[in-house]
Design a protein around this ligand. Structure first.
Ligand SMILES: Cc1cc2nc3c(=O)[nH]c(=O)nc-3n(C[C@H](O)[C@H](O)[C@H](O)COP(=O)(O)O)c2cc1C
Length: 102
């Protein structure tokens, strides 16, 4: 949440904070997911939240049920996730060489 008594807008800071929290959670063996598609009004009501605070992101945190492995994207460029016969969740990721321009 952003504190409107500190700032009227929050820029990229919630994203930086969310990533840091998830990196720390991963270090502790937890898994997580950043969620920005939130029913903010309903959530603020159900939390009885003061208007001082603006909901920016929700982080789901928990013990991972699945084993996830990162794979290099193949020549077809397909980035769809898939599960193998043992239930391992494969997540294709582009290489650093492919995403860094220069
Ligand atoms: C700022 C931000 C907001 C996001 N919001 C949502 C969301 O509302 N719903 C959703 O399913 N995934 C959302 N995601 C994507 C997931 O958090 C996650 O990054 C995505 O599933 C990719 O996971 P991976 O990095 O393990 O491949 C968001 C990601 C970011 C960085």
């Amino acid at each position: 949440m952003g504190d409107r008594e500190i700032s009227p807008s929050f820029g990229v800071n919630p994203g930086i904070a969310a990533q840091s929290i998830l990196l720390g959670a991963t270090e502790k063996g937890l898994g997580g997911c950043i969620i920005a598609s939130i029913k903010k009004t309903e959530l603020a009501q159900s939390l009885d939240l003061s208007t001082r605070f603006e909901i920016l992101l929700v982080l789901a945190l928990g013990k991972p049920k699945e084993t996830v492995v990162l794979d290099a994207v193949g020549p077809d460029g397909d980035i769809k996730y898939w599960r193998d016969s043992e239930g391992v969740h494969h997540v294709p990721k582009r290489s650093l060489d492919d995403i860094i321009i220069g």
